[in-house]
Design a binder for this molecule. Structure first.
Ligand code: FE2
Length: 311
């Protein structure tokens, strides 16, 4: 039975405070923002790095010129370089400040660069095409927010899709098999190896999901889509004829962690938490142990506590 009273609310260039915005995000609203100085600078920085990695080739068309193994190798060097670059972190702090976040209480994890190749050229491993999922199936805290932006222009055949009817409708899934620490130990760093198929046990829906009433916000380069980690979302299968490069990062707010505020959990059963990955926007310090301890579920001995993005 479909729950009553569900609405899809999208705020455009909202000027509400960060606190009001977070509470709306925890109720399933989406926020879309025009590019800001720092988001544009981050995209420009990414584009320079991408151009360099592909040498003389057009990065949006390079997939048509290169054997897929060579392509995956380029990405496997480009991505960690971007993720760990101090300049990337500095731009994220800028983005947070430009959007009214308190940098002393806002923690982010390092930005990811995603690639979505066109026409199923490479959809596994280093360029994984995401099936519908909630990040909360992967040990994201309930208060995690995702900031997503395209680094090159996208059109209606591309981008990220939201399946908002599932905000308050559970999806049968196998997140109960997922423990964050075990995952870090067993699967980190392996993504690059998967060119033809991807055997990693990533939680997924175990029942059909209605995809055809999705919301696909199309934003310009540096435009930001902000959403709760509990929002069901997927990669739009890329049929645009060019590779998509996007950037995303996640944030949590200390006050919400302490108050255990966040999106309701309606169907996630994973264990562990990714909270140890987050860095404070001012000094890149980690979240204090006593705060992380609030989210302990006793599985801390199962593997590696801190995630290192794939090399
Ligand atoms: Fe996601």
């Amino acid at each position: 039975m479909r729950p009553q009273g569900h609405m899809n609310i999208i705020h455009l260039d909202s000027k509400v405070s960060d606190e009001v915005r977070r509470n709306s995000l925890y109720e399933g609203h989406l926020f879309v923002f025009s590019p800001s100085a720092s988001s544009l600078a981050l995209c420009e920085f990414a584009r320079e790095m991408i151009a360099e990695a592909f040498g003389g080739l057009d990065p949006l068309k390079a997939q048509y010129e290169l054997p897929v193994e060579d392509y995956a190798k380029i990405l496997s060097q480009l991505k960690p370089k971007f993720i760990h670059h101090p300049q990337s972190k500095a731009y994220i702090r800028g983005i947070l400040e430009e959007h009214g976040c308190d940098p002393t209480k806002t923690y982010f994890d390092v930005p990811r660069m995603r690639t979505s190749t066109s026409d199923n050229y490479l959809t596994t491993g280093i360029a994984f095409a995401w099936h519908p999922h909630r990040d909360t199936w992967y040990s994201a805290p309930a208060s995690q927010l995702n900031w997503w932006m395209p680094a090159f222009e996208i059109d209606a055949n591309d981008g990220v899709a939201f399946h908002c009817r599932y905000w308050n409708e559970p999806v049968l899934n196998d997140s109960n098999r997922y423990n964050y620490y075990k995952w870090n130990q067993e699967h980190r760093g392996a993504a690059t190896n998967y060119i033809k198929s991807d055997p990693r046990p990533l939680p997924r829906p175990l029942e059909p999901v209605e995809l055809d009433s999705q919301i696909r916000p199309i934003v310009p380069v540096g435009g930001i889509i902000l959403f709760s980690a509990a929002q069901l979302h997927s990669s739009v299968p890329n049929a645009s004829g060019k590779t998509r490069f996007s950037i995303d990062f996640r944030t949590v707010h200390l006050d919400d962690l302490l108050a255990r505020r966040g999106a309701p959990n309606i169907d996630s059963a994973c264990t562990g938490t990714s909270l140890r990955d987050f860095l404070r926007a001012t000094d890149y310090s980690r979240i204090a142990d006593d705060v992380v301890a609030l989210y302990s579920d006793g599985t801390e001995t199962m593997g590696t506590l801190i995630y290192q993005p794939p090399q």
